[in-house]
Design a protein around this ligand. Structure first.
Ligand code: SF4
Length: 512
């Protein structure tokens, strides 16, 4: 293995940009827009500026620190992270993230930082860059039963189509937003609105959407969704059938029948397997909809903003019939939603008509327990993107070998130091939870495309074998010396694994 030379990374940064004419204008070549930037001004994306006729990245490089080093003096940075003052940041406990690192365009340039360090005796390289992603999108999970809009309905932002409603998950509605078609395939305005929407969501800001034939919803990562102006509180405990199963024992003896109203699977206790196991007698109350299996009904109503994600505001409307041969006067009936936020207690009168009555305390306690078992309703924002030409070529001169080493889990991919899920199959398609990434980690270019940090960490030996840019490998000590001053320091999140491997060697052995 050849020994890497160690050019100063500062020298490499100065390779970007070209002087144009004698009036100090610099042409930025960090993306295809090729801005001509006057002295003291910044380019169209605000990420690069002409400072004393040098092209500089306007945001600080973000260093991630594994633990608070004793003796380090830190000062506040923009009220959130901190700025390194130069004392103690050891190479072994510092990770260079792609945030503020700069990009590679047009493709053939090595990544801005190719950093070597040693961990657990393994010589390691981390290739650090800000990727320009034309192929990217955002998957949003919204914890609510509420019907936000029909599946496949168009999701709009500022009137422009930016995505669609996709398959609902358990207790959550899902939106698929952004993507190359909205970025490039529609009008210029659609592309720009899509780009700004993704930028805001990924930088953890709130964005308002309007769904065709559905609701207005405000989405912000880590916050409750606001549906038609009302903040959502609870994620359901389960579907109607699951709610029956979970609480059947607690209802037994206190009520004669329970109907849990749910847009997808409405549960009826005495018909349900749970009621059968408890030897509960049939109550003879038939609900509308299509019977799937005993005590489980589909399509009891239309989807909507009412009980359990249906359009029902009066739950008694889902009762289709009450069988006089089976039901009896005095039968105690509870109807509830899957969050317990809506509940009605009734007793059948002499004509077997349900009459609303005060809910007995033991029944109320179970309804309250449904609510207690609901998790807080939150929005989750996952950034999804494919590593394309600039990124892979910035890592190695033989990109397919990088793809293979990622697939074989020899190369570890992170975004801003946060773990990513790598999709199986071809290419390098990754997904990251934006809440695990540093604040303000994303940028954009007006092509339009999103800019996101990405790092590839792999053994130095593998890096050379994959055709890595060995002449551009720089020791971590050198990067810290050249870039530590003024860098933004972000502590590793406790729920994130440390991105620099101690187990790389083990994983490689496992692969052999
Ligand atoms: S948009 Fe930004 S990255 Fe692109 S050329 Fe202009 S300043 Fe450079």
């Amino acid at each position: 293995m050849s020994k890497p030379t160690s050019p100063s990374p500062r020298d490499r940064t100065e390779m970007f940009g070209a002087r144009e004419g004698s009036d100090g204008i610099i042409r930025c070549d960090a993306c295809p827009v090729l801005c001509r930037i006057r002295p003291g001004r910044s380019g169209a994306c605000g990420r690069y500026a002409n400072e004393d006729e040098r092209l500089v990245r306007t945001d600080a490089l973000v260093l991630m620190r594994n633990a608070r080093d004793a003796g380090a003096r830190m000062v506040a940075f923009a009220g959130k992270d901190e700025v390194w003052t130069g004392e103690v940041l050891t190479p072994s406990s510092t990770f260079i993230t792609g945030v503020g690192a700069g990009t590679t365009y047009p493709d053939y340039k090595p990544a801005p930082f190719i950093v070597s360090s040693t961990h657990d005796g393994v010589d390691t390289v981390t290739v650090v860059s800000e990727g320009i992603f034309s192929y990217c999108g955002v998957k949003v999970k919204i914890d609510t039963d509420r019907h936000l809009g029909p599946e496949t309905a168009t999701v709009r932002c500022k009137g422009e189509p930016v995505g669609h409603v996709t398959t609902a998950e358990y207790g959550s509605q899902m939106l698929s937003l952004g993507g190359v078609r909205h970025l490039t395939g529609g009008s210029k305005k659609e592309g720009n609105v899509t780009c700004q929407m993704m930028l805001s969501l990924c930088n953890k800001d709130a964005v308002e959407f309007e769904i065709d034939d559905g609701c207005r919803v405000v989405v912000q990562a880590g916050h409750a969704p606001i549906v038609d102006g009302v903040p959502e509180e609870r994620m359901r405990v389960g579907c109607g059938s699951a709610t029956i199963g979970i609480f059947a024992r607690q209802w037994h003896g206190e009520v004669d029948e329970v109907i849990v109203v749910d847009d997808h699977i409405t549960g009826v206790l005495t018909e349900h397997q749970a009621g059968q196991c408890l030897d509960m007698p049939q109550a003879g109350i038939r609900v509308r909809g299509r019977r799937s299996t005993p005590g489980r009904y589909f399509q009891v109503a239309e989807p909507g903003g009412g009980w359990g994600g249906t359009d029902i505001s009066d739950p008694l409307t889902i009762i289709k019939a009450i069988d006089p041969k089976i039901a009896w006067p005095g039968l105690r009936l509870l109807l509830t939603s899957t969050t317990g936020q809506d509940a009605l207690y009734c007793v059948l009168d002499e004509d077997l008509m349900p009459q609303s009555a005060e809910m007995p305390e033991p029944v109320r306690k179970v309804v309250e327990r449904i609510g207690e078992n609901c998790e807080p309703s939150l929005c989750s924002v996952l950034f999804m993107a494919g590593a394309g030409g600039s990124l892979r070529a910035g890592v190695t001169s033989n990109p397919v070998r990088l793809t293979r080493s990622v697939a074989e889990q020899i190369s570890r991919v992170t975004m801003g130091g946060a773990p990513v899920y790598v999709y199986p199959g071809g290419g390098i398609t990754v997904m990251a939870d934006v809440l695990k990434m540093p604040d303000q980690a994303f940028g954009y270019v007006p092509t339009p495309a999103l800019v996101a940090p990405i790092e590839f960490t792999l053994p130095l030996e593998t890096y050379e074998q994959t055709g890595g840019h060995m002449a551009d490998v720089t020791a971590m000590e050198s990067v810290l010396a050249d870039y530590g001053e003024g860098a933004r320091v972000s502590d590793r999140r406790v729920d994130n694994p440390w991105p620099l491997p101690g187990d790389t060697q083990n994983r490689r052995r496992e692969q052999q």
